[in-house]
Design a protein around this ligand. Structure first.
Ligand code: 7TS
Length: 412
């Protein structure tokens, strides 16, 4: 069988949680779009930090403080290399994707957007990349417009075309939709934005963990993602920003560690990226994320992407054969990331998820923080399965078996 398809079997031994039982059954985890499980290598890296060099960073002059600082900054370099940033100075550590996008909204948006300016986002955004722009447009009396998507879940580029001659200040869009699975043509969208004179904010929460991403090739201005969705711990996220833009921006949080000099009434900010990292940062998070990146790169982001295409292709194929299932987003696995949202006729997604939990299968159900998207689909909720490196085709088979059981029980 294809190497990519075999990946799950190869790596599962590194994920202790996958050995447990749920409701007395083997645990099938199909909710990695919400958060991923952690390999022993990440858990050990965090344990090692606390056991051998736990100290605050950027201030101690004793050995373990220097070791902690070096590990923290080493993590920044790893992130920079992963997405091919020009320099680690373009990497700001945040808590998560949400905080990274809020940072752009407060630090860049509040200082650059004026009354009457136009802001663009899309109808397929997670709330994290929509609500900040609601706040910005309200507080600045700017016009927020949303680009729609078509029946297959592709962005309506014809709608974007309409704004080509407008003075657009910002274009925020997702790299990959956490509901439709659609992978957007980021390079093309950035080109549109440049012609409109807009700054681009790319929500890459569902992209950076799953495929090779090169910010220089994409040429976006900002990109946000979360460590916990890529084998890392919770509470560590990343904002990539072009250095020139970060330099121009004011911090939105102030306090310790982000200043050079402090006078009675004013202060001089630290250099980027530290001026955006006020207070004691999440050192264990950065160290865990660095271990996660090592783990992912050892496999290869291209192998991970192929694995997910294969699994998605297989899952789409077997799911539609069950019958009475509506799935959302593109039909081609090549154009989607490794998740599938669907509805089974006659059963609410929440009931479906509860039933599957009894079978030891964890899936997500609800609006997945994308209420607007669901209302556009004409539904309030959906069930969603999502894959990562440790998933295997036999887990999809177990899911299908359980779905067939539900259908039989409910007479669907
Ligand atoms: N953007 C996208 C596209 C996401 O999928 C998520 C999380 C976020 C932003 C926010 O990430 P956070 O780390 O700041 O919370 N998505 C999901 C999900 O689909 N189910 O749970 C979380």
């Amino acid at each position: 069988m294809d190497e990519a398809f075999e990946l799950g079997n190869r790596v599962r031994k590194d994920f202790p949680i996958l050995n447990r039982l749920v409701k007395g059954k083997p645990f099938v985890y199909l909710d990695s779009a919400a958060t991923t499980q952690k390999p022993i290598q990440v858990i050990e890296a965090i344990k090692n930090y606390y056991e051998t060099f736990n100290a605050n960073v950027h201030r101690g002059i004793y050995s373990i403080a220097e070791e902690a600082t070096a590990a923290y900054e080493n993590a920044r370099e790893k992130v920079a290399r992963l997405i091919n940033a020009r320099s680690p100075r373009e990497i700001v550590f945040t808590r998560n994707t949400t905080e990274a996008i809020n940072l752009v909204m407060y630090s860049w948006g509040q200082n650059n957007v004026r009354e009457g300016d136009m802001l663009l986002a899309t109808e397929m955004e997670h709330h994290s990349n929509l609500l900040p722009w609601h706040i910005l447009s309200k507080s600045k009396r700017a016009n927020l417009k949303l680009i729609g998507f078509d029946k297959e879940g592709f962005l309506r580029l014809d709608e974007l075309e309409k704004y080509k001659n407008e003075d657009v200040k910002l274009f925020a869009f997702t790299f990959a939709s956490n509901v439709l699975g659609t992978i957007n043509p980021v390079r093309e969208l950035v080109k549109y934005a440049k012609e409109m004179g807009a700054v681009t904010v790319v929500d890459a929460a569902q992209a950076v963990p799953h495929m090779p991403v090169d910010v220089q090739q994409l040429d976006c201005d900002f990109m946000a993602f979360s460590g916990h969705k890529m084998l890392g711990p919770m509470g560590i996220g990343v904002l990539y920003g072009k250095e020139r833009l970060l330099e121009e921006m004011e911090p939105f949080m102030v306090g310790g560690e982000m200043v050079k000099t402090v006078g009675f009434e004013s202060s001089e900010w630290n250099d980027v990226p530290w001026k955006f990292e006020a207070g004691t940062p999440n050192v264990e998070g950065a160290i865990g994320l660095a271990a996660a990146i090592d783990y992912l790169q050892h496999i290869g982001m291209d192998v991970i992407r192929r694995h997910e295409i294969k699994l998605t292709e297989y899952a789409l194929d077997v799911l539609v054969r069950i019958g009475e299932i509506t799935y959302y987003g593109p039909s081609s696995p090549e154009q989607r990331c490794g998740l599938i949202s669907f509805n089974l006729k006659g059963i609410h997604p929440h009931d479906l998820a509860m039933f599957l939990d009894n079978e030891g299968i964890a899936i997500r159900a609800g609006h997945h923080c994308a209420m607007l998207l669901h209302s556009k689909l004409g539904t309030v909720a959906s069930a969603r399965i999502s894959f990562y490196i440790y998933n295997i085709p036999s887990e999809v088979d177990l899911l299908v078996k359980s779905l067939e059981k539900i259908k039989r029980m409910l007479g669907i």
